[in-house]
Design a protein around this ligand. Structure first.
Ligand code: ZN
Length: 424
């Protein structure tokens, strides 16, 4: 048989993360910068609500106005203000896309124009005001790296000054001009700087000549169309218990209507740190598994699960695994791009109910673990059946993939952290 190699060239944004070492006073200033970025973002959303016809460039112009009118907004580096406006615009354009996909144009228009209806359209992701910010993003100005690239100096009006970068990556490897963004992030265990670096990579890929459909579930992380299963990582169960315990401790120490005690604050921080740890573990798991799946298949089909549908449920175990699946999906799409493989998201309806052999609907409850078709006598594990349906559906729609295309920058910025190296 003919064996061929593909060379896949891709333009990527890698994100490297460092912990920041500095004085408390500097961190307070970072907080101020983060609050200001949030203010700019929310102001832009408000401006759009009042003038629904405005576009991305109007928001940029509006930033200048904000800077002139509010002293603290003027302190923030002009490109950082721009980046905050970009975030507002990302929320707005996401809303427009959702409107196009989910509800008739007339309704979408009403949602934009008529304020009172906003609540009803929350499902389409009407841009909200954010109450809390966790990061501020600089583009190519407003910061400086020291010659030995161990210190980051913020040079805008907040006068945050010089901070030490703690981490294992070597920034010497990249040109300064390839650093497209620098982001300061606040987490439960301290402050971090993320460097978003543009690189062009060429990867040799050998086609696997295999296609696969994945069905995610609570019993197994996923079941594929070959009947293979990936187990849920054990840390999920363990973390779930620990999180419950810490959550209980926080609730016990909460004083209603009174200023909170130091003990409460300590307990809350402990809980937040645990959440952080779990999300890092989850990230690590998702990255490794997704890369493996993409490398060993040419076409990968999975359900189009949206995080906004998933995270609503309040059961802890479920919400942890929901978040894991969503991340896993994002990474599948990311590595799909890197390795030049095809990823297809199909609508998650009926994938478990239909018979993968004859197509008839065989209704079953969640507790029915086996698919038994009365029409063609097929007997299959419930998840195996679903995975086969997902694969079939994906292959039948393969003519118009790309309808679920992502804003490429978003993925990197939101999901890559220092705990995972993207380079092989
Ligand atoms: Zn059947």
């Amino acid at each position: 048989m003919l064996c061929w190699h593909l060379s896949v060239r891709s333009y990527q944004l890698l994100v490297y993360e460092f912990k920041l070492k500095g004085k408390q006073q500097q961190f307070n200033l970072i907080d101020e910068a983060i609050r200001t970025a949030l203010f700019v973002r929310n102001s832009c959303v408000r401006y759009w609500m009042d003038n629904p016809k405005v576009g991305k460039y109007d928001l940029s112009a509006y930033c200048k106005e904000l800077a002139a009118n509010f002293e603290w907004a003027g302190k923030l580096n002009s490109m950082a203000r721009q980046a905050s406006a970009d975030r507002a615009w990302a929320a707005i354009s996401r809303f427009y896309t959702n409107c196009k996909k989910k509800i008739p144009a007339k309704k979408a228009e009403n949602a934009v124009l008529g304020r009172p209806q906003v609540e009803r359209f929350s499902k389409t992701g009407f841009p909200n005001f954010k109450k809390r910010g966790h990061s501020v993003e600089y583009k190519t100005t407003g910061w400086k790296l020291s010659d030995e690239r161990k210190y980051l100096t913020l040079t805008d009006g907040f006068e945050i000054g010089r901070l030490k970068l703690v981490g294992t990556y070597d920034l010497h490897f990249y040109h300064l001009k390839d650093i497209k963004r620098v982001r300061l992030v606040k987490r439960a265990d301290g402050y971090y700087a993320q460097f978003c670096i543009a690189v062009e990579r060429e990867i040799q890929v050998e086609p696997s000549k295999k296609v696969v459909g994945l069905d995610v579930g609570l019993n197994h992380f996923y079941t594929d169309s070959n009947g293979d299963k990936a187990e849920n990582p054990r840390f999920l169960r363990k973390s779930e218990k620990a999180l419950k315990r810490l959550q209980k401790r926080v609730s016990k120490k909460f004083n209603k209507g009174k200023p909170q005690s130091n003990n409460y604050k300590k307990a809350r921080n402990k809980l937040a740190r645990k959440h952080l740890k779990v999300s890092r573990q989850r990230q690590d798991f998702a990255v490794k598994l997704a890369r493996c799946v993409i490398q060993s298949h040419d076409v990968v089909v999975y359900e189009d699960l949206q995080v906004r549908n998933l995270v609503k449920n309040h059961k802890l175990a479920k919400s942890i695994s929901d978040a894991s699946w969503y991340q896993f999906r994002c990474w599948l799409e990311y590595f799909g791009k890197v390795y030049g493989k095809i990823t297809i998201a199909v609508p998650p309806h009926w994938t478990s109910q239909n018979c993968s052999n004859c197509g008839e609907t065989v209704v079953k409850t969640l507790s029915t673990r086996t698919h038994e078709c009365p029409h063609c006598q097929t007997v299959l594990d419930r998840d195996d059946n679903a995975a086969l349906n997902i694969l079939a559906q994906g292959l039948s729609t393969a003519g118009h993939i790309g309808t679920n295309a992502w804003g490429e920058n978003d993925l990197c910025l939101e999901l890559v952290t220092g705990s995972t190296k993207l380079t092989q």
